[in-house]
Design a protein around this ligand. Structure first.
Ligand SMILES: [Zn+2]
Length: 232
């Protein structure tokens, strides 16, 4: 059974008709889905509702639990994405829009000794005017083994801690409503490894930070704890 009309309306409005995982504006192709599937006893309540675009819905829903590759979307993670996005929308009622940068991590390979992740960043131009170009700076704690391909790379210190800064930029025009991948771009990846040594140095305070610049909007700054590795 689908969600009752009123629950569906509340979920769509609270999400600004955007996907709660990738934050892309969905328009008519965004839909309200069950976090815990009905077949598994998930109820038709707001608590169990999430707005997802078609792509994220396919990723989250069609995952084969017996397939060894990839990180599963667990209901707890989906709910956390949703709550985070709803609170962002609530804090920005006037600009459901604003520029949006979504940064996440994808697991690429795992052995007993080494886990390798790839950084992913998507930028949505939700302003009314096109943006001519952008620049992204990403900062990783220096002890993390990084495998950048064709990224400018600088050593720096933040709050006394050594960091590696990676920079990526483009002069391409990004149109209103357009969502583009800023990392990886043109098959240039930023990957990093968590091996035993790195794992033992991981601490909740160790952040990956970023700054994102566009010509007509304020700088977007963000950070995520290195320990919070998750796929999106
Ligand atoms: Zn999505």
């Amino acid at each position: 059974m689908p969600f009752p009309r009123d629950i569906r309306d509340i979920a769509l409005v609270k999400s600004h008709r955007r996907c709660c995982v990738c934050h892309k504006f969905g328009g008519r192709s965004v839909n309200v889905h069950h976090i815990v599937q009905e077949a598994d006893g998930g109820p038709n309540t707001l608590e169990n509702a999430i707005c997802l675009c078609l792509r994220c819905h396919a990723e989250a829903g069609h995952f084969n639990p017996r397939h060894p590759m990839g990180t599963k979307y667990l209901p707890t993670e989906l709910r956390a994405h949703r709550d985070q996005w709803w609170s962002y929308c609530q804090d920005h009622p006037g600009e459901p829009a604003g520029l949006f940068l979504n940064v996440g991590f994808k697991s690429v390979s795992k052995t007993a000794e080494i886990h390798r992740y790839r950084l992913i960043a998507n930028y949505t131009n939700t302003l009314k005017e096109a943006q001519d170009g952008w620049k992204l700076q990403i900062y990783f704690p220096a002890f993390v083994p990084l495998f950048p391909d064709d990224y400018d790379r600088y050593e720096t210190r933040l709050g006394g801690t050594p960091y590696i800064e990676l920079e990526s930029s483009s002069h391409d025009r990004v149109f209103p409503g357009e969502c583009i991948e800023v990392v990886p771009r043109n098959y240039h990846f930023i990957e990093y490894e968590i091996n035993n040594e790195v794992f033992h140095r991981l601490h909740p305070d160790q952040m990956v930070l970023w700054k994102f610049f566009t010509p007509n909007a304020p700088v977007i700054e963000g950070e995520k704890a290195l320990m919070e590795l998750q796929e999106f």
